[in-house]
Write a protein that binds this ligand. Structure first.
Ligand code: SF4
Length: 96
């Protein structure tokens, strides 16, 4: 297991949705068609409410290697590069 900080810039996100099938366990679209990172243990509807007015959603996720790869593929798939990935320990930007 490793940790990644995943950030969705909800201003940049255009709701194209091609990120979702790459990491369906962690990324969904809300009713505004903006990507939302699911937080394990948090109720989806409550999360949607919380992020509704946010410009950025930041989440630190604990992930298996396969899940990390899914998150990177999702970020790479985003045509407007609205998904950012950081090392939460060092703050280093890993993508884009
Ligand atoms: S692919 Fe990019 S623009 Fe489309 S929903 Fe995902 S984050 Fe938003």
């Amino acid at each position: 297991m490793g940790k990644l900080k995943v950030v969705v810039d909800r201003n940049l996100c255009e709701g194209i949705g091609v990120c979702v099938p790459e990491a369906p366990k962690y990324i969904v679209l809300d009713k505004r068609h903006k990507a939302v990172i699911l937080e394990p243990g948090k109720d989806k509807e409550q999360l949607f409410q919380e992020v509704l007015e946010k410009k950025r959603q930041e989440v630190v996720l604990e992930l298996t290697i396969e899940e990390e790869e899914d998150i990177f593929r999702a970020a790479e798939a985003c045509p407007v590069k609205a998904i950012f990935i950081y090392d939460p320990e060092t703050g280093e930007q890993l993508y884009p």
